[in-house]
Design a protein around this ligand. Structure first.
Ligand SMILES: Cc1cc2nc3c(=O)[nH]c(=O)nc-3n(C[C@H](O)[C@H](O)[C@H](O)COP(=O)(O)OP(=O)(O)OC[C@H]3O[C@@H](n4cnc5c(N)ncnc54)[C@H](O)[C@@H]3O)c2cc1C
Length: 482
């Protein structure tokens, strides 16, 4: 009897064992498996956006977790660098593999890479199979009459919901039959983690990447925190949202696992049905953003509304630095930017406020903010990040109108009424009374002194005046429209 040839399973943004259709199908053949991850650090040549700093840190931890999980099932994770087509062909040839299996990523540049891989494999007589699990539904299935993707969220999400439940998630294989021994790179040699200086302490304290943590987080969220999500999700001072975004970004959990777990929770506890619906519609925004990216591969570079091409953005390095470092003198903005720097994440409401501040109060191009987020967010997503920035800037599909300008003081008073969030991230304001914490410049000298604050010394004066900045933004917008 001839021995069955091994199968290579190529892991990408799907760093998990459960609901991994490619792994499931490969394991079911009974063949030995060679699990491979390829880091293409020169991804820009293929058009795939190279990861930012915080995401690189996450990737290193996630790969360690995946390697351990594969090990407990009996297999090994082989790490390679370079072009995926070269690395996978070499692995397949060395091991005599008959096939390479992977899950599709519905992003044009990623599909370009898989086309290259497929061509390279067929040249050496190796088969390939591709599966879906990256999204709830493939973008090709949600089209308007002209065959284009939908650009308005509500009809988009109605359509996705009407199509019905996505396929049920698959269990992890019980065993991974190990393939031939193969040399592997070491994660430590990939320079994914910062060393000098090691700025990742806050990330280590805040996160535990990997599939097990992702699943535990989802379980705990649905069991304990979801009640009140629909009304409370806008409050950065409460820990009410799921914090699943980086786990979803790296595919440590799939959107359909989240979908089915949430539907199950709603069926068991009808009292939380409206919270679940809201939560799923937020997952819908992730889906919507990815579908937009599918139709607009240059989403991170090009305004979806071309009228914005003429917008008079300002080059203001000093103001940008103050924003990035959380030194604008607006407490909610500064708290958000410092939370981001320390933990690699920022609450959604605060993301909207800081993004609006950069684009509208400072008139700095949304692409600069998007790039900063790309580098500092652990959940930096090629779809959600540019789509959300364009949404805030007003240049996007289904965007907030440009003339809707968030007032950072009112946003703070509404969504962080006691200043708990600001006190945590801007400790120099910790002693400020709640009624003044979002506008310390309104405090009397006595109030400032008793809170230990000297404006301009211990905490900055506002770098722009809100009413003037608002008027300037509206003026710039009107000129563009004309
Ligand atoms: C300027 C800006 C940039 C953003 N950049 C990113 C990004 O790079 N990556 C990213 O995942 N999200 C991004 N978001 C969306 C949102 O802020 C985060 O998804 C959310 O804060 C993650 O927290 P959570 O997991 O607790 O969310 P939950 O409220 O628990 O939501 C569940 C999941 O739904 C998805 N989701 C929720 N809100 C949104 C949204 N508005 N748009 C898209 N998906 C959403 C996320 O995958 C999230 O994990 C951005 C928003 C703004 C305003």
């Amino acid at each position: 009897m001839t021995e069955q040839a091994p199968i290579v399973v190529w892991f990408r943004d799907d760093l998990r064992l459960s609901d991994h259709p490619a792994l499931d199908a490969a394991a079911k053949t009974g063949a030995a498996l060679i699990c491979v991850y390829v880091l293409d650090d020169k991804g820009s040549a293929s058009g795939v956006r190279p990861l930012g700093g915080a995401s690189r840190w996450w990737l290193a931890q996630s790969l360690r977790a995946l390697g351990k999980d594969i090990g407990t099932k009996g297999g090994n994770l082989v790490l390679r660098t370079g072009k995926a087509a070269d690395a996978l062909s070499e692995v397949a040839q060395t091991t005599g593999a008959s096939d390479v299996y992977w899950n599709d990523i519905a992003i044009e540049a990623c599909r370009g890479v898989t086309r290259e891989v497929a061509t390279s494999l067929s040249r050496i007589g190796v088969e390939h199979r591709q599966f879906c699990s990256d999204l709830l539904i493939d973008p090709s299935q949600v089209r308007n009459k002209e065959g284009r993707g939908l650009r308005v969220f509500t009809p988009f999400w109605k359509r996705v919901v009407a199509i019905g439940d996505p396929p049920k998630p698959l269990p992890a294989p019980r065993q991974i039959k190990s393939g031939p021994e193969l040399a592997s790179d070491r994660i430590e040699d990939w320079n994914l983690e910062p060393i000098k200086p090691d700025w990742a302490g806050g990330l280590r304290d805040s996160w535990s990447p990997g599939e097990a943590s992702a699943r535990a987080r989802l379980r705990e969220f649905l069991a304990d925190s979801i009640r009140g999500y629909a009304t409370g999700r806008d409050r950065p001072d409460r820990e009410i949202t799921s914090r699943l975004s980086p786990h979803l970004r790296f595919g440590e959990i799939s959107p359909r696992q989240v979908w089915h777990a949430a539907q199950f929770a709603a069926a068991e506890r009808p009292a939380i049905a409206s919270d679940i619906n809201k939560f799923l519609s937020e997952l819908g925004w992730r889906e919507f953003s990815r579908h937009l990216l599918f139709d607009h591969p240059d989403l991170a570079q090009k305004n979806l509304q071309s009228s914005f091409d003429a917008f008079p953005w300002k080059r203001d390095t000093k103001a940008f630095k103050a924003w990035a470092r959380g030194q604008t003198g607006y407490p909610l903005v500064d708290a958000g930017m410092r939370e981001l720097w320390h933990t690699g994440i920022m609450h959604n409401r605060v993301r909207m406020v800081v993004a609006s501040f950069l684009v509208k109060h400072l008139l700095i191009d949304w692409r600069d903010g998007e790039n900063w987020f790309w580098d500092t967010l652990v959940d930096a997503d090629p779809g959600s990040n540019p789509a959300s920035w364009q949404w805030v800037a007003g240049s996007g599909a289904d965007a907030a109108p440009y003339f809707r300008i968030f007032n950072p003081v009112l946003q703070g008073e509404k969504f962080d009424p006691d200043g708990k969030y600001v006190r945590r991230w801007v400790p120099e304001l910790a002693e400020m009374p709640s009624k003044l914490i979002h506008k310390p410049w309104d405090a009397t000298p006595l109030e400032l002194a008793s809170a230990g604050i000297t404006l301009g010394k211990t905490y900055p004066e506002p770098i722009v005046d809100h009413p003037k900045a608002r008027a300037r933004a509206l003026d710039a917008y009107a000129k563009t429209r004309n």
